[in-house]
Design a binder for this molecule. Structure first.
Ligand SMILES: O=C(O)c1ccccc1N[C@@H]1O[C@H](COP(=O)(O)O)[C@@H](O)[C@H]1O
Length: 218
C-alpha cells in the first residue's frame, strides 16, 4: 500500500509547495518555541491556505494548554492535531471534545517498555506516531534526527494504524517501511541542510526513495 508521507517543520512557501507537488499526504507545522522549526500560528495559517484541501494540515504541539490550542486551531485551521508531549488519554478526550479534530498521539521510543502505555490510548487517539526518544541533553521532544529500533514495533503490528518517524532519510526509509507495518512516514531533519532549513533537493530525494521502496514492495 502507498504509505502516507508527512513532511514536518515547514516554514516557507517554497517548501510547502514542493512537499505538496511531490505528493506529501500531510504537512506539519511545529508550535514549540525551543524548536528551530517553530512557527507563528498566523504565518502557518497563511502557508496552509495555499494548499488547503490538497494535503492534510497537521499542527504539532507539545503539552499545549487550551489557550495555546485555541490560538493554533483558529489561526491554522488544522485537519489533525499531533500531540507530541505527555498528554494523557483524558487530556486527549478533552481536546477532541473541544475541537472535534482527529488526534495523532506520539510515543517516544527507545526500549520495549516505552510501548507499555499504548493500549491505554487505543480508541482514544485516531492515529499513532512512533518517534525516537530524544537523546540526553536535547531540548526537543522530536526533530532530533535519531532513529529507534524499528524491531520493537513488531509487538504492535496489526493492532494499530501508525506512522513512523525519527531519523528517517532517503537512505533508510525503504528499510523502515519494509521492516514495520507503518502506514506512513514522517520526516523533518532528514530533509534539512541546517536545523530548521528545508532543502528542496533532499525533499525530492526522499520522495524518490519512498517511490522506489513502493515499487520494490509491489
Ligand atoms: O521538529 C521539531 O523541532 C519538533 C519539535 C517538537 C515536537 C516535535 C518535533 N518534530 C517531530 O519530530 C519528528 C521528526 O523528527 P526527525 O527530525 O525526522 O527525526 C516528527 O514527528 C516531527 O513532527
Amino acid at each position: 500500500m502507498k504509505p502516507d508521507i508527512k513532511i514536518c517543520g515547514l516554514k516557507t512557501p517554497e517548501a510547502v509547495d514542493r512537499a505538496v507537488a511531490r505528493g506529501a499526504t500531510h504537512i506539519g507545522f511545529i508550535f514549540f518555541p525551543k524548536s528551530p522549526r517553530n512557527i507563528d500560528p498566523a504565518l502557518a495559517g497563511e502557508l496552509a491556505d495555499h494548499v488547503r484541501g490538497k494535503v492534510k494540515i497537521v499542527a504539532v504541539t507539545v503539552d499545549a494548554d487550551d489557550e495555546e490550542l485555541d490560538d493554533i486551531v483558529s489561526l491554522l485551521r488544522p485537519d489533525i492535531l499531533q500531540l507530541h508531549g505527555n498528554e494523557s488519554p483524558e487530556r486527549i478526550l478533552h481536546i477532541k471534545a473541544l475541537y472535534g479534530l482527529p488526534v495523532m498521539k506520539v510515543f517516544s521510543v527507545r526500549i520495549a517498555s516505552d510501548l507499555d502505555r499504548v493500549d491505554a490510548f487505543i480508541g482514544v487517539a485516531d492515529r499513532f506516531l512512533f518517534d525516537a526518544k530524544a537523546p540526553a541533553g536535547s531540548e526537543l521532544p522530536g526533530g532530533n534526527g535519531v532513529s529507534f529500533d524499528w524491531g520493537l514495533m513488531a509487538s504492535l503490528d496489526g493492532k494499530l494504524d501508525y506512522m513512523l518517524s525519527g531519523g528517517l532519510n532517503k537512505d533508510n526509509v525503504a528499510v523502515a517501511l519494509a521492516s514495520t507495518s507503518a502506514t506512513g512516514v514522517d520526516i523533518s531533519s532528514g530533509v534539512e541542510s541546517a536545523p530548521g532549513t528545508k532543502d528542496l533537493g533532499m525533499m525530492d530525494a526522499f520522495f524518490d526513495a519512498v517511490a522506489q521502496a513502493e515499487r520494490r514492495s509491489a
